[in-house]
Design a protein around this ligand. Structure first.
Ligand code: TYD
Length: 211
C-alpha cells in the first residue's frame, strides 16, 4: 500500500456504532486546529458531494435493498470519489485529514456481516483505492454500553438498531482482529470513559505521527 499523500497526515477513526468515535474525531480536529494545523474533518460514506449522494442510497430505505456485493461496490465508489475530490487534495496541501470511518469499516460491515466477503472487499480496495490511513484510531467499546449511549441521544441512525447486539459483538471482535492484523497503523483506545478523558488518550496516540 502506498501512502495517500506525500505531505499531509491521513488519520481514520473506526469503531462500532455508539462507540463515540465521531465525537472523538471532532474533538481531535478541534484540538489540532487550536494548535495551528489545517484539519479536514470528513466522514464515510460521504465526504464529497457525489459520495454524500451515494450515502443516501446505502443508508436509507429497506436494509435489504442491496446485496452485500452491491453494497461493497457502492461504498467503494463513494470512497473513490471522496479520495479524488477531498482526501488527496487536502493531503497534497499538507493538511491533516481526519476521516470518520474508511476502508476498515467496509472490511467489517460488508466483509463480515453477511458471509465472508473480506477477500472481495480487499481485492476491490486494492484495485480502486490502494491507500490506507497513516494511522487508524479504534475506539473500543462494549456493545451494550455503546447501545445504551446511542439510544440516549436523538437522531440515532436507523441501521444501528437493525444490526442488533450479536452483530455489534461480532463487529467489535472483528475490529480488534483488524487492529492485530494491521498493528503498525492501528491504535486501540478504550472508549469507556468520559469524552474528555478518551480525547486525551487519542491525542497521545496520534502525537508521534505529528512530529
Ligand atoms: P456512521 O455515519 O459512521 O454512523 P455512526 O456515527 O453511527 O457510526 O456510519 C453509518 C453506517 O454505515 C454505520 O452503521 C456503518 C456503515 N458503514 C458500512 O456498512 N460500510 C462502510 O464502508 C462504511 C464507511 C460505513
Amino acid at each position: 500500500m502506498t501512502r495517500a499523500g506525500a505531505r499531509g497526515l491521513f488519520l481514520s477513526f473506526e469503531g462500532i456504532d455508539g462507540s463515540g468515535k465521531s465525537t472523538q474525531a471532532r474533538m481531535l480536529a478541534d484540538s489540532l486546529r487550536a494548535e495551528g494545523h489545517e484539519v479536514v474533518l470528513t466522514r464515510e460514506p460521504g465526504g464529497s458531494p457525489g459520495a454524500e449522494e451515494i450515502r443516501a442510497l446505502v443508508l436509507q430505505g429497506d436494509p435489504d435493498r442491496w446485496s452485500a456485493e452491491t453494497e461493497i461496490l457502492l461504498f467503494t465508489a463513494a470512497r473513490r470519489d471522496h479520495l479524488e475530490r477531498t482526501i488527496r487534495p487536502a493531503l497534497a496541501r499538507g493538511a491533516v485529514v481526519i476521516c470518520d470511518r474508511f476502508a476498515d469499516s467496509t472490511r467489517m460491515y460488508q466483509g463480515l456481516s453477511r458471509g465472508d466477503l473480506r477477500d472481495t472487499v480487499d481485492q476491490l480496495h486494492q484495485l480502486m483505492i490502494g491507500v490506507e490511513p497513516d494511522l487508524t484510531v479504534l475506539i473500543d467499546m462494549d456493545p451494550e454500553v455503546g447501545l445504551a449511549r446511542a439510544k440516549g441521544r436523538q437522531g440515532i441512525e436507523e441501521r444501528f438498531e437493525d444490526f442488533g447486539a450479536d452483530l455489534q459483538r461480532q463487529m467489535r471482535a472483528g475490529f480488534l482482529g483488524l487492529a492485530k492484523e494491521f498493528a503498525d497503523r492501528f491504535r486501540v483506545i478504550d472508549g469507556d470513559a468520559v469524552p474528555e478523558d478518551v480525547a486525551v488518550r487519542v491525542r497521545e496516540a496520534v502525537a508521534p505521527a505529528l512530529d
